[in-house]
Design a protein around this ligand. Sequence first.
Ligand code: HEM
Length: 457
Amino acid sequence: MDRSPAPFVPPAPTPRTKPPSTLEMMRIVYRNPLELWGEHSYREPWVSVSGIGGALVVANDPGLIRHVLVDNAKNYRMAKVRQLILRPILRDGLLTAEGETWKRSRKAMAPVFTPRHIFGFAHPMLAKTEAFVEKYETTSGPVDIAQDMTMLTYEILAETLFSGEIAGESGNFANEVERLFETMGRVDPLDLLRAPEWLPRLTRLRGRKTLAYFRNIVRDTMNMRIEKLKLAPEEVPQDFLTLLLRAEGPDGLSREEIEDNIITFIGAGHETTARALGWTIYCLAGAPWERDKVEAEIDAVLAHESDPTKWLDAMPLTRAAFEEALRLYPPAPSINREPIEPEFYKDLHIRKGAAVLVMPWIIHRHRKLWDQPDAFIPSRFHPGNREKIDRFQYLPFGAGPRVCIGTAFAMQEAIIALAVLMSRYRFDIIEATKPWPVQKLTTQPEGGLPMAVSKRR
Ligand code: HEM
């Protein structure tokens, strides 16, 4: 008889049984788009509707997703709404670049993300995490794990980007990053109505000054490094900045594109991993029998393997818990595209300019694709089971030519962070731990993740 406890079901909005009014819909989309979706969105292979914002297709069927993201990817551009929100911040960074600029940039940046370079970041990742967790030695009350993970992943990113060589005060930089994404990351109601770009978005005006200030720091930091490359090339650290500057040239990146990509890496690579780590620690605390397995694995590996580049492969249960948290709370909850030309997929008519949403949030909880879709069951990703999951039903990092370039970086960082955190400390749910998933730039836990921390040894 199976004696494992009933699986932990972490919080998520209950799918709607009837559609909201237009006004209510605007309110929900502004506040938390995750609360918008009805029961049928979680059951059907696709949902196709026409509303005030135009035609909308929610793509859930793995075949349709493959069609949009891979097989006919050339017919799809980044959705207008997403570009309206992100392009003013990230400009021609990889996430928001299109056409030839994207193609050239992706090619120029591929060498930066090779395993050799990613492995090279393992030791700085470990050192930063070890220094960061010291604070828990003297912690007595609850800690907000969501906020702590944001700080930790920021520190790791700043180290791997610039090796700490940031112009001006580094504390300033961290604050500016936070302010920037807080003020600029919101969906403005005008974006939803697909209003023209020249109409000012009041929700974003505040962010402009921050953005200008932030860009100045990045530019000064780059100039500092360029000088150093000229004067003392042998002393230059092998971080992202050096690697990107080496990719400069007519077939590679322009100076402005390097700046855009640094900002893109900060935007795409820090809060995403932080969210994933926070939700993983929370889900494991909600399922202590799963946490026991992960702790035992980490303890066993750390007892004989000190090389952090080996941990990802050596810890399949830890990786599975992380992947299951990425399923339930995908940090990028929606991948949005727009067809350039109208087309059919089977009997689905995809109109020109329609918003095509490939939503990891919905696909990962689809009633027909997953057993007990809302429950935290890491064994789905254990070796032997993981191989059975369709490539296009699990998309935390997207798929196709625009798949996340930072996947290997994020996976390595996550396992190192979990190994250090969980080998030394235990995080438990307390009365105040009542997170509610909210879609902003990432899937955030509203209310934070206040948790009790205790020493394991
Ligand atoms: C758990 C962490 C992460 C998640 C869940 C994640 C998720 C994603 C997803 C879903 C996409 C595809 C977007 C689309 O197709 O529209 C993407 C793209 C991208 N990600 Fe990540 N990401 C993570 C970490 C990182 C890191 C650490 C970096 C950089 C250091 C990074 C940099 C990028 C970039 C530059 C793109 C754009 C790629 C392109 O369009 O060619 N990401 N990410």
